[in-house]
Design a protein around this ligand. Structure first.
Ligand code: CIR
Length: 260
């Protein structure tokens, strides 16, 4: 039986467009270079495809500067998909743009109608539960609505906290396999992963936490040698992907795809 939390046959990505220079960011770390981002994005897509998965690549959406970060628009589960309601107003319209592609892939499509908000980056699906971090983008009402929707598919939601000043819950953690989570110390120290095996990012490498396990590979941002070495020593097949341009917009590996 495939493990639905990290074994996937399909992914959806969206190419970045010129408007990426207007993407949201917590602090100004310089203007993202579109050409370099396109190269990194192509490496990312090629690595997903190398696992044998089908990758549906959508064209840029110039009206939505953050549309490359497709993860925030939906929660993909084996039984169906839930369309999100992003807390960032400038990103809310991305959901309607993504919906037709998801409807073509899934029979069962549910949606968060509000008044709450929730973004996919705050959701970590493990073998046993769905963890959702309350953040500046995801509130309790959004989490409560998700909880009701996915109960019909037998999923349990646990509300946790995204650390203050951190964009999304998964900015600080990723699932490595059925029982193992990669996390920053600041997040793991909250106790939210008690009962799981936790591998910490290396000191000074918090930004390595936004990785993804996708079939046989762990994709992680390049430039974090301590964390990459720890993961390799633990037996993971690590692929390092350039992320310098997405990082200027607080984006990492998970944000760039929907996986199912
Ligand atoms: C934003 O602030 O919404 C984008 N600049 C970055 C979104 C990253 N998405 C994610 O972590 N899932």
């Amino acid at each position: 039986m495939p493990n639905p939390s990290f074994e996937f046959t399909r992914a959806i990505t969206r190419k970045p467009g010129g408007s990426i220079v207007d993407g949201l960011r917590a602090e100004d770390l310089g203007t993202p270079d579109l050409n370099l981002m396109l190269q990194h994005h192509a490496d990312y897509v090629a690595t997903l495809r190398e696992t044998g998965a089908q990758v549906i690549e959508l064209p840029p959406l110039e009206a939505f500067p953050d549309a490359v970060f497709v993860e925030d628009t939906a929660l993909c589960l084996p039984q169906g998909v839930v369309l999100m309601r992003p807390g960032a107003e400038s990103r809310r319209g991305e959901v309607a743009e993504m919906a037709p592609t998801l409807r073509a892939q899934y029979d069962d499509v549910l949606e968060i109608c509000g008044p709450g908000f929730i973004e996919g980056g705050d959701i970590l699906t493990t073998e046993r539960e769905i963890l959702v971090g309350r953040s500046a983008r995801t509130d309790s009402a959004g989490i409560a609505e998700l909880t009701k929707l996915v109960a019909r598919w037998g999923h349990t939601v646990r509300e946790v906290h995204t650390p203050e000043g951190v964009l999304h819950f998964k900015t600080d953690c990723s699932l490595l396999d059925g029982q193992t989570i990669l996390a920053t110390r600041r997040l793991a120290d909250t106790g939210c992963f008690d009962g799981y095996r936790v591998i910490h990012t290396a000191p000074g490498e918090d930004a390595a936490a936004n990785a993804i396990r996708f079939n046989q590979f762990v994709l992680m941002p390049a430039g974090f040698p301590g964390t990459a070495a720890t993961l390799r020593a633990s037996g993971y097949d690590v692929r390092e992907i350039g992320n310098s341009e997405c990082a200027k917009l607080d984006g990492g590996m998970s944000c760039l795809s929907l996986r199912f």
